[in-house]
Design a protein around this ligand. Structure first.
Ligand SMILES: [Zn+2]
Length: 54
């Protein structure tokens, strides 16, 4: 389904505490070179944790 020359990729964000992949988002490879790291709520940990791109 991805178009040729696609620069926006789908990524999963996993909790660094428990490893569950709680979020999915998109990242533009051209604009954002580094891996995403966001502070989000983890329903498994019942608190906000760092979620990293996997
Ligand atoms: Zn967690």
């Amino acid at each position: 389904m991805a178009k040729k020359g696609e620069t926006v990729i789908n990524v999963a964000l996993a909790c660094t505490e428990c490893g569950h992949r709680n979020y999915h988002t998109k990242r533009n490879k051209r604009n954002v070179r580094e891996k995403l790291s966001l502070n989000k709520y983890c329903k498994w940990c019942h608190t906000h944790t760092t979620h990293k791109e996997v």
